[in-house]
Design a protein. Sequence first.
Length: 245
Amino acid sequence: MAIGFLDLAAEAKLDRWCMSPYCTTCQNMDFRTALAELPDLQHDLELLDLGILRRSQLNALRLVAILSSKSLDWTKILSIWLPHAGRNIRSTDYVCYYLLNGVTCSQEVRAAWISVCIQMAIEKRDDSLLESLVRRLGEDSRNHPKLVSAAIEQSVSSPLLRSALAKASLLPHEVSEQQRTKREKAGYNLFKAIRRNDVKAVQALWAKHANLSIVDEEGRTALELAVSLGRDGLAQLIRAKLLSG
Ligand SMILES: [Zn+2]
């Protein structure tokens, strides 16, 4: 039986307990039961050495943070850990991404952690930590221009970082090649729907984000075709669509 957090993490790994956060099948019953039996989890976590935590231990820590987000003094734990934050970038990243927003702790400690993480991310140019920060800070990332410029620089080689930046409105959303093709196809089908004067089909093609800027074999856009065919209702719809973007 586990007597401390590290024993618990070892047992979970050895016995292959379910460690999926918010598991709806078993509710992490094995882990939850063993966790409840630990005599002094608070103390264990305060003594935890962030610098040497392995992946399985970090996963156990994430589950503890979810299952005991309010029942532990996380302000104290995170303050004790803070001076050691720089020792291991993977643990720091884990705390930044999974713990800071999930557990109940003081604003001051959270802010202090974020500032250490930002410094570290800028210094090390670590894609994953940059991504965690941009995802957690969202549009507030703008308040940290050096973080944003480091993230944008690194994003050239990291699709995950690009998507985090786009989500935080710091980069335009990327349209994948596949999406582009679909939109083009819908755009061509639009011409047929206009010729048939088929309003329903036109609306269905809009739902597929039909590309309105492509032209038919005579060089006409969908709007020009609708006008030339005297499809006033459709022309009006297309104008409205173009205006609304
Ligand atoms: Zn499960």
